[in-house]
Design a protein around this ligand. Sequence first.
Ligand code: AZE
Length: 177
Amino acid sequence: AQDCLVSNIPVKQDFDKYKFQGTWYAVAKKDPVGLFLLDNIVATYKIEEDGTMTASAIGRVIILNNWEMCANMFGTFEDTEDPAKFKLKYYGAAAYLQTGYDDHWVIDTDYENYAVHYACRELDYDGTCLDGYSFIFSRHPEGLRPDDQKNVTARKQDVCLLGKYRRVEHTGFCNTA
Ligand code: AZE
């Protein structure tokens, strides 16, 4: 949105949660305030038998006194009137990990290569986002295809976060056998 109003941010039209299922590798992210997933972030989405979308996510975190670990997170999505906008209720496999209730918007995706995720946690008085986070996901662990980069850059602009992203490294730190 040119005016950066959260309510004007365009999302994926006719989002199909069934086609979104499976594994997504975070290749870039914009962090919120506070504790967050650092790198090696992989999310896996699934539609349960009752039609509810769920997801698990893993990523490297540093909690408390510089304790480095892989956070195993789990989330359940609540539908809203817009098929691309969900509320995500999430918690960690271990009690000392974070719980939360965030927006989960799919700004854009082609389902097969890339996805742009966005969550605003706190609105400013003027309707812009005061605290939010965003992931650029790829189906390919090596990163985005050159063909998708143009699209993704345009969508970063739509969510008013162009220039605010950092690359997400995949070093194998959280790989499980
Ligand atoms: C997301 C993909 C869908 C499932 C989930 C996601 C979010 C996870 C977090 C986790 C934070 C963990 C912290 C631990 C100390 C959007 C990646 C659950 C926000 C800070």
